[in-house]
Write a protein that binds this ligand. Structure first.
Ligand SMILES: [Zn+2]
Length: 67
């Protein structure tokens, strides 16, 4: 938390600010990592090229549980 708090101007370090930033991060991940199904390929792929769900996608889902 210390690393993130140092980037927040004084007086704006409330939990609401943290949640707003997490929402931005999650929205960005969901925008860049899309579930893709290719013909002839077992299972789904992420648009980043890894197997679905990729690590970024799992991280976004984890963050969503908090906010
Ligand atoms: Zn991905």
């Amino acid at each position: 938390m210390l690393a993130t708090n140092s980037r927040i101007p004084a007086g704006r370090s409330g939990a609401e600010e943290d949640f707003a930033r997490y929402r931005d991060v999650v929205a960005d991940i969901f925008a860049r990592h899309l579930r893709t199904v290719l013909p002839g390929v077992d299972g789904a792929l992420c648009s980043c090229g890894n197997a679905w769900p990729c690590r970024e996608e799992l991280l976004a889902a984890e963050l969503l549980d908090w906010i």
